[in-house]
Design a protein around this ligand. Structure first.
Ligand code: NBP
Length: 481
């Protein structure tokens, strides 16, 4: 029992940005929360910042104090850096009893989560892997929460997660999506889609900035207008805000002051790696990850510009009048977005099969409609499409996306071709177009790949004119092996 006799409903350990705000959110929704951090300064800082909510906190400086503040089975949510989960979990597990519940609310790699679920379950403890999206604001006022782990164990903490989650039309954006690593996997793919969304937005920004020499104010107005239509989303909204902002020191547009080197913490890369491992093409996500990597190699880019010269990149009327071009850019973005989301959901579909998760795709789309970084009206359409089509594996092929693609494909094609002809790199949008085209091609060029493979490795091929799978070309006579 804690010093003042109060018992907590849940504990949060790791009180940096995310943990502190989640703890405040839980307290605001009525939970009593035991709070703990490796360095005690953060506990004091949160108590000071909590105002009246401090009454609902039980500050704990040690793990034994934390355990004493909870009633078994004790749920402890870790909000620590990804590399610190094993250390934090071990520290907690040492003070736990059978049945107590470790919850990892950070951005863990789902393979690690699967390993931890197995290890801690074998020791009699319970383990939930929980993806939380929405950044600081979401953590404080309502994140999207993707939960993986045992259904019975989840039920014990369900009321708290449901109470703190964002709401869309009154429905909480939190759900248990499957066992062990399912929650962290879905969060990873969420972040991969987020990378793709951000990159494609940045690419159309590049066309406006470099192609049309539009000012930041003009571009902010375009994104603001798009945010009233089919592209309405948090990322479009904040893009308008970023472009409208002025640097307080110089008065210049803030976007012009920010260096063009993108950071990444790894979740986008993880989603590209998992797509590759699962054998699912996620080319838009991969292009977005690679574009961040290229941006970060600034000195190489500068050397390249010095050696080859920079492309001119200015556009005259190749995309029509300015208004017509802006309209075309919006349509191209929508088409690219459909391809990116189709890929992300296809990756989840394959993972669901391979890991036996039985992921609920409509629910995933629903809990992404609010609270998370990729929240948008578009996700409402995805939720409805999966609700209607159930097992649909490629979103491009179901309504309303199939119809939208048919209407917007020409804009994407024109944008990609004009951008390429003028040296404006649009790798994610170009990948989306190639994905779309390859996805509707009856005769690809893989016949030649199969011929090459058979030539150098005797791998065999299928023939178009008869059954069977192990045919070899005439070169096989002297060149197999
Ligand atoms: P950080 O990722 O910056 O982690 C800082 C926390 O980890 C501090 O509480 C720190 O304790 C603790 N910690 C470290 Br570092 N090493 C530890 C160890 N060996 N044992 C125990 N605790 C340790 O915090 P964050 O930005 O709040 O993110 C928390 C998690 O949420 C991460 O997994 C992150 O990827 C994820 N996430 C973040 C966001 C976001 O917008 N920031 C959004 C969604 C998810 P200390 O105070 O003693 O150093």
């Amino acid at each position: 029992m804690s010093g003042n006799g109060k018992q907590a409903d849940i504990a949060v350990t790791g009180l940096a940005v995310m943990g502190a705000n989640l703890a405040l959110n839980m307290a605001e929704k009525g939970a009593t929360v035991a709070i703990h951090n490796r360095s005690p300064e953060r506990i004091d800082a949160l108590m000071d910042a909590a105002g009246p909510l401090a009454e609902r906190f039980i500050p704990c400086r040690t793990v034994p104090e934390l355990m004493a503040a909870l009633t078994p089975p004790r749920p402890v949510m870790m909000m620590v850096a990804a590399g610190a989960v094993d250390a934090a979990a071990e520290g907690l597990a040492a003070g736990m009893s059978p049945g107590d519940i470790l919850i990892d609310g950070g951005n863990a790699n789902f393979h690690d989560t699967r390993r931890r679920v197995e290890a801690y379950t074998a020791r009699g403890l319970q383990y939930l892997g929980v993806g939380v999206s929405g950044g600081e604001e979401g953590a404080r006022h309502g994140p999207s929460i993707m939960i993986g782990g045992d259904a019975e164990v989840f039920r014990r903490v369900e009321p708290i997660f449901m109470s703190i989650a964002a709401r869309y039309d009154g429905e909480p954006c939190a759900a248990r999506l499957g066992p062990d690593g399912a929650g962290h996997f879905v969060k990873t793919i969420h972040n991969g889609i987020e990378y793709a969304d951000m990159q494609m937005i940045a690419e159309v920004y590049g066309v406006m900035r470099d192609g049309f020499a539009m000012t930041s104010e003009e571009m902010a107005a375009v994104f603001g207008k798009w945010n009233e239509g089919r592209l309405k989303s948090y990322l479009i909204e904040i893009t308008a805000d970023v472009l409208a902002a002025k640097d307080p020191e110089t008065g210049r547009p803030m976007a012009d002051i920010i260096e063009d080197t993108a950071g990444q913490k790894g979740t986008g890369r993880w989603s590209a790696i998992e797509a590759q491992t699962l054998g699912v093409p996620a080319t838009v996500i991969e292009a977005a990850v690679a574009a961040r990597g290229l941006s970060a190699r600034r000195s190489e880019r500068l050397a390249g510009a010095a050696l080859f010269g920079e492309p001119d990149r200015t556009l005259d009327d190749e995309l029509g009048s300015r208004d017509a071009a802006v309209e075309l850019l919006g349509e191209a973005l929508l088409a690219g977005k459909i391809a990116a989301y189709a890929q992300g959901f296809a990756v989840m579909g394959q993972a669901s099969d391979d890991y036996g998760w039985n992921l609920p795709f409509a629910t995933i789309a629903k809990i992404w409609r609010a609270g998370c970084i990729i929240r948008s009206v578009f996700l409402d359409d995805i939720a409805q499409a999966y609700g209607a089509a159930g097992e649909a594996r490629n979103l491009m092929t179901v309504e309303p996306f199939a119809g939208t693609l048919q209407r917007t494909e020409a804009s994407l094609r024109r944008l990609v071709s004009v951008a390429a002809a003028n040296g404006i790199a649009v790798p994610a949008l170009a990948s989306a177009l190639a994905y779309f085209d390859l996805s509707r091609t009856t005769l690809t060029t893989a016949n030649l790949i199969q011929g090459q493979r058979d030539y150098f490795g005797a791998h065999g091929f299928r023939r178009t004119d008869r059954d069977g799978s192990d045919f070899h070309g005439p070169w096989a006579m002297g060149l197999s092996g």
